[in-house]
Design a protein around this ligand. Structure first.
Ligand code: SDX
Length: 382
């Protein structure tokens, strides 16, 4: 990347204010994250992912009757049209799960009852769409994964909430309460994170008065990258390559010496640790203790110590999520789709906020090429 610096320009828009939002706030110096004013750790430990989804999409915590109604609405919308399944089956063998998710939502959009909504800024229509998009995320993700692995998709089970239904549709049977509890908390922690790359991309998309589904597909494509959501899968691959605590230090020092980016570490915003990682690390260690497998947590301890001492870099949410999901028996290629199952709520909240008070997002740029060149006939160009 160019070493030249310019006034009024920051590479990667680091430190640049991209907009206003009331959806969430990061307090960097305290590693604190709040969704519409509520600490995410309270939401993750005392609430449910559905309460968080309601809070993000509707703007307030639900009463019991509002939550019951919301859960009923999600329940009624978890199934996906057979045409979406057909489209997933048409994907080339080896298609990345995130690419299959883009296919799923692209085909699904045409079946949404509000597909032809007159006004892209219609708040209520966008909220209805957000509920359908949220309800169907786990169904599409598990269908894509099962199809890619030569199995038939499993339909959602009435009455199961998002985390429990995801695990049911993945495995074909309900999972134990603790596994469901951990998955529910992980979805809450992954749901929203201010103007991260995929959320910003989603806002840019809908700010052209494109539709919410296009914003979601934009978010999925952006989240796929290993510098963003794809890091949780890469982090587990890294831990498996290391294999045991005895190998951790040598592996890491070699990686740092060769300027490798250590997946699951570092963050554009947090500089003294990602509060979500602190919470999920405790959860991941507890799972390890319950399963009698502390190998991954022991490797993590060594890596975190070295990264802190050598680079003053801390783990982000993706590092503990990686080995927590692994210990829960979740296939690695589903880690980033789990991020999508949660983040469609944050993307929807931001897209609705953008469309409620919209202005096209179109930054300027500084031209660095040549100017005033003479056009020459093609035969003279050599
Ligand atoms: C998510 O933005 C969000 O909110 C995202 C997210 C969300 O909830 O939406 O929190 C989810 O995407 C978390 C991040 C997941 N990505 C990774 O774990 C990939 C590994 N991390 C890095 O690539 C990096 O930390 C980023 C991309 C996350 C942030 O990088 P920045 O802010 O662009 O910083 P940088 O790459 O310019 O690095 C600054 C310095 C460099 O050293 P020097 O070249 O100046 O000597 O820190 C070093 C980097 O080399 N560095 C790392 C590192 N992260 C930064 N070195 C080794 N390993 C790392 N992970």
């Amino acid at each position: 990347m160019s070493a030249t610096t310019y006034p009024d320009y920051s590479p990667g828009l680091q430190g640049v204010i991209g907009g206003l939002t009331s959806v969430s706030k990061i307090t960097v110096e305290e590693s604190r994250l709040e969704y519409r004013g509520y600490n995410v750790h309270d939401l993750a430990s005392k609430g449910s992912f559905e309460e968080t989804a309601y809070l993000l999409i509707k703007g307030k915590l639900p009463t019991q009757s509002e939550l019951d109604e919301f859960n009923a609405a999600l329940d009624a919308e978890r199934a996906i049209p057979s045409q979406v399944i057909d489209a997933l089956r048409a994907c080339a063998p080896g298609t990345h799960q995130m690419d299959m998710l883009k296919v799923g939502y692209s085909v699904l959009s045409g079946f949404d009852p509000d597909y032809n909504q007159e006004d892209p800024t219609d708040h209520e229509a966008n909220v209805r769409k957000a509920i359908r998009i949220t309800a169907k995320a786990a169904t599409i993700a598990t269908a894509a994964y099962r199809i890619a692995n030569g199995k038939d998709p499993i339909a959602p089970k009435a009455g199961l909430k998002t985390a429990a239904n995801f695990l049911y549709m993945l495995h074909g049977e309900e999972q134990d309460d603790y596994t469901v509890l951990v998955m529910d908390a992980a979805l809450t922690l992954y749901a929203e994170h201010t103007y991260n790359a995929s959320t910003f991309a989603c806002r840019v998309c809908v700010a052209t008065l494109s539709d919410l589904y296009s914003g979601i597909v934009t978010g999925i494509g952006t989240l796929k990258g290993p510098l963003h959501g794809g890091a949780n899968e890469e982090a587990m691959a890294m831990l498996m390559e290391i294999g045991s605590p005895e190998n951790a230090e040598a592996w890491l020092r070699d990686a740092l010496a060769t300027k490798k980016k250590i997946m699951g570490f570092g963050h554009r915003e947090y500089k003294v640790g990602d509060g979500r990682a602190i919470y999920l690390t405790e959860v991941a260690k507890e799972i390890g203790r319950r399963k009698g497998n502390t190998n991954w947590g022991d490797i993590a301890d060594i890596m975190e110590k070295i990264m802190r001492e050598e680079k003053n870099i801390y783990p982000n949410v993706d590092f503990p999520a990686a080995y927590a999901f692994y210990l829960l028996g979740i296939p690695i290629e589903l880690y980033t789709p789990i991020f999508v199952i949660a983040r469609v709520t944050g993307w929807s909240a931001h897209a609705i906020e953008q469309l409620d008070d919209n202005r096209l997002i179109r930054p300027s740029c500084i031209y660095t090429g040549e100017l005033g060149l003479e056009y020459s006939a093609i035969e003279t160009r050599g």
